[in-house]
Design a protein around this ligand. Structure first.
Ligand code: B3K
Ligand code: ZN
Length: 893
């Protein structure tokens, strides 16, 4: 397979003005007739250029005609991927193509396929070419009219983009609906649904006084559980009007939930299609986290209507233009709906545990990649989450109003266009009369910048100098990097914990307590004057840039101080995390250097968990002025993946055991406080669950975190209590947390609880996903054989992406079993990838790309070698998909 390069971008020689589609949906084969009004997009010349349409080999071509006349076989060529038409007429012309397809056999879930007996589509990035031959790229924007015809009884609901133009019945018990979308769009936003679906309807009154009909469709059994999604949609619509002045642009907005879907959801114009797990929510089956995900994703897809649909991407390399921006928008929405500090901490944790790893591994790429083999492989944390951080940089630098001005100009200039990341940056720059050219480096360079800050205090001159340096590590294909502009938000704390007013040398203006320094060079000094005493530095406030920060000379005592006093909630949390990362690293090295005596004794001899750490976490736990959600995050240990890469040639099992030791020590020493926390935050009998109620959710969060710690004690009384909680829980948050507390313990209650939960929820496929995930990710030794049995279990289906993610992605997180010293975990994953790849290439690729196989250089030599062997085995497979090939071959380089 050949890579596609960003530098090779060229517009198409023809554009499409209007697309008329006619779908005849059937059980054996479905027919797609497309009529395209084509218009020339080339310089006038005597001969016309050829037209190369994208397709797939499973399209059965029935006919091609131009202006009503069949194109002779001599005038077109077909390959597995293209239909090329020659000798086209000058000027505008109509092109008609008829193909047959078999959606019922389409297990890749790209293009038109069947889920739960219904027809549905997924076209982004390149699924439309699986439906018909087309110029399948985002810069070809057209108006669409779609006629859908199917059996009236089996498919009573027929949905398309835009408005209903016409509907009626057809021969042989069939019916049809014609949809018309007035807004030009790229084909990746096309959608169609035909099925037997129930519907909940609502209405949204826009700021300008229009009434929008909102409909959510699900299978009949789920329709009573969509009100949270509906409320979230209305909140999002209102928020976008208030925050960005953006109003919805049609009279109808549909959401359809399907159970077989490769990703979370898709923002098709006025017909969003969702993975059912992101629409359906009920207290007894969904956790607080599920509720917040539904809210966030419903909002995200809605926000795409402006950032993505009205203004779209010129080519797929620009994906972060719509995704980074839309993630930023959904993050801000969720912050406004819930707790801003907690949302920020969650987002940073995700970035750090998963995106930083990606940015250091074999698939590392800039937020705007330079090349790809399969675009599907680039819907990544880098493009999405790091992309959102880069959008946030503008907001940090330009302020809320400046950012809004930039957004307004972006829409004013580019509404209805397919544009690039440079266009966005230019709008931000021009609206604020600022030169933002240097920000281009963030779009072109992969890797996480490492920032060092050395504070130097001069008591006689009462100055504090911050010596700041940055370095971006090499990534595949990019050995040397130039510095990027880094907004570094800082504050200075006095010894009484108060915030010092900041005076930056050479800068007039009012003294604030947080200052954003713009670091643009590899090394730069910033001097603060009138600093009365040696301060404690609070740096990277609110995580003002996606970097790894190291403060030179920072002591544990300073971290404990920041954890107690910093006015910036992010930095307060971060101080605790830094303390814990350092502790885990120290203990890991102590344990690694010797083999004798027992691990626990070695760790104890190395100092164990110091009293200062225990008491700092203890005071956080018992703090009266912090909410439970923040406390839960504050007492959580950094994920193992945060240390992988920083500790060379890591032994993941040893790291796991060190982490386990720290948790157990903390649990033992803080037991009274943990037990008190559980008691104080227990929900009262009669308390009813109110979705989205922060206070309640915060209490559950800290209670369940405390129970999680207690479960590490290996105490039969705790196990009995957890089992009892899985039985008496009145909501899924509590039920599944209690089960999670048992999942890693080798106790009789574990088996009982798993069996009971299965009996209770076996008919609810969304709860079964959690049940599968907990078992597959368990760290009990020898669990692989249980996981292998799970693959055969009726609750699991290898054709369902959600089931695959629950099982395989969870297994990847089990240090004990995935990283088993005999290599059995690696072999299981390689076998599974090969099996899944034959069914669904996107899911298979996602399993490999989420695995440590893409970071094998970070692991000990034995493990790295075993991973390489499995990658080699995968790469030798006949008929391997391009998706998996790309990841495997890059990981072997
Ligand atoms: N835009 C879609 C992602 C499509 C992924 C295609 N492999 C969902 C989203 O980001 O909103
Ligand atoms: Zn998106």
């Amino acid at each position: 397979p050949n890579p596609i390069y960003r530098k090779d971008y060229k517009p198409t020689p023809y554009l499409v003005e209007h697309v008329y589609l006619d779908f005849l949906l059937n059980e054996d084969k479905s027919t797609v007739k497309s009529k395209l009004s084509m218009t020339p997009n080339y310089e006038n010349s005597s001969s016309t250029p050829k037209l190369e349409l994208d397709g797939r080999k499973d399209l059965t071509l029935i006919s091609v005609s131009v202006n009503g006349k069949a194109v002779s076989e001599a005038d077109y060529e077909r390959t597995d991927k293209k239909l090329t038409i020659n000798n086209l007429p000058q000027g505008k012309f109509d092109l008609e193509i008829v193909v047959d397809i078999k959606p019922q056999e389409n297990t890749s879930l790209e293009g038109l396929y069947k889920s739960g007996g219904n027809f549905c589509t997924q076209c982004e990035a390149e699924g439309f070419r699986g439906i018909t031959y087309f110029l399948d790229r985002p810069d070809v924007m057209a108006k669409y009219t779609t006629r859908i015809e199917a059996d009236a009884k089996a498919y009573p609901v027929l949905l398309g983009n835009g408005n209903v133009l016409e509907k009626g019945s057809a021969a042989a018990g069939r019916h049809f609906v014609v949809w018309e979308d007035p807004w030009p769009k790229p084909c990746y936003l096309f959608a169609l649904v035909a099925g037997d679906l129930a519907c909940q309807e609502d209405v949204f009154h826009t700021v300008s006084g229009r009434d929008i009909t909102l409909r959510i469709y699900t299978e009949a059994k789920d329709i009573h559980n969509v009100s949270w999604a509906m409320d979230s949609l209305k909140q999002a619509m209102k928020w976008d009007e208030e925050t960005f002045g953006l109003e919805y642009d049609l009279d109808l907005f549909n959401i359809v939930a399907v159970s077989d879907f490769n990703m979370g959801a898709m923002e098709n114009k006025s017909l969003n299609i969702f993975n059912s797990r992101l629409v359906i929510a009920s207290p007894s089956t969904s956790t607080d986290l599920d509720y917040s995900r539904v809210e966030g994703v419903v909002a995200h897809e809605y926000f795409h209507n402006w950032t993505g649909n009205r203004v779209t991407c010129r080519d797929w390399f620009q994906l972060t233009l719509k995704e980074g921006l839309t993630v930023f928008r959904d993050q801000e929405f969720s912050s406004d709906m819930n707790s801003r500090p907690v949302k920020r901490i969650e987002d940073v944790s995700r970035l750090r545990t998963a995106q930083f790893t990606e940015d250091a591994g074999s698939m590392a790429h800039p937020i705007r990649p330079d090349s790809y083999i399969k675009m599907d492989n680039f819907y990544t944390l880098t493009v999405y989450e790091k992309g959102a951080e880069i959008v946030r940089l503008y907001r940090t630098l330009l302020g809320k109003d400046g950012f809004r001005k930039g957004m307004d100009l972006y829409f004013k200039r580019h509404d209805g266009q397919a544009v690039t990341c440079d266009d966005f940056r230019n709008a931000m720059a021009d609206a604020n009369k600022k030169d933002l050219t240097s920000f281009a480096a963030w779009y072109g360079q992969a890797g996480t910048p490492q920032v060092k800050v050395s504070p130097v205090y001069d008591a006689s001159g009462r100055t504090l100098t911050l010596k700041v340096s940055q370095h971006i590590p090499a990534t595949p294909g990019q050995a040397h990097k130039k510095p990027v502009p880094i907004p570094l938000a800082v504050g200075l704390l006095a010894s009484d914990g108060s915030e010092m007013p900041l005076h930056l040398k050479g800068e007039a203006g009012e003294a604030a307590t947080t200052k954003v320094l713009l670091v643009e060079e590899a090394q730069q000094d910033f001097v603060f004057t009138e600093v009365p005493e040696k301060p404690v530095l609070s740096a990277l406030r609110d995580f003002s840039a996606p970097v790894k920060l190291q403060v030179e000379g920072q002591t544990d005592a300073e971290l404990v101080f920041l954890l107690a006093h910093d006015s910036d909630p992010f930095c307060r949390w971060e101080a605790g995390q830094t303390l814990l990362r350092a502790l885990l690293t120290t203990l890991y090295h102590a344990a690694r250097d010797q083999k004798e005596p027992e691990l626990e004794d070695r760790l104890a001899a190395a100092g164990g968990v110091p009293e200062s750490v225990t008491s700092a976490l203890g005071s956080l736990l018992t703090s009266k002025d912090l909410d439970g959600m923040f406390i839960a995050a504050g007492i959580s240990l950094p994920a193992a993946t945060e240390l992988i890469g920083d500790i060379p040639n890591i032994d993941p099992l040893l790291l796991h055991n060190v982490r386990k030791y720290v948790v157990k020590q903390l649990a033992a020493r803080l037991r009274p406080q943990l037990e008190a926390t559980v008691k104080q935050n227990e929900s009262a009998p009669g308390d009813s669950f109110v979705p989205g109620e922060f206070d309640q959710a915060a209490r559950r969060a800290v209670k369940n975190k405390a129970l999680g710690y207690l479960s590490a004690l290996d105490d039969p009384a705790v196990h009995a209590d957890l089992l009892e909680r899985t039985r008496s829980a009145t909501n899924m948050t509590d039920q599944i947390s209690a089960l999670a507390g048992l999942a890693d313990s080798e106790c009789p209650e574990r088996k009982t609880a798993l069996e009971e939960l299965y009996k209770q929820w076996k008919d609810d496929s969304l709860v079964m996903l959690k049940w599968i995930a907990l078992q597959a990710g368990a760290n009990v030794p020898g669990n692989l054989k249980n996981v292998e049995k799970l693959v055969e279990h009726p609750a699991f289906s290898i054709k369902n992406p959600n089931a695959c993610y629950s099982l395989f992605l969870s297994f990847l997180r089990s240090a004990v079993n995935f990283h088993a010293a005999d290599g059995s975990g690696y072999k299981f994953i390689a076998d599974s990838v090969l099996k899944v790849d034959k069914i669904n290439r996107q899911v298979a690729a996602r399993i490999v790309s989420s695995s440590a196989f893409t970071a094998l250089k970070d692991y000990d030599l034995e493990r790295a070698q075993m991973m390489r062997e499995q990658l080699t085995r995968i790469s030798a497979e006949n008929g391997l998909s391009e998706n998996v090939f790309e990841i495997v071959s890059k990981s072997l380089e």
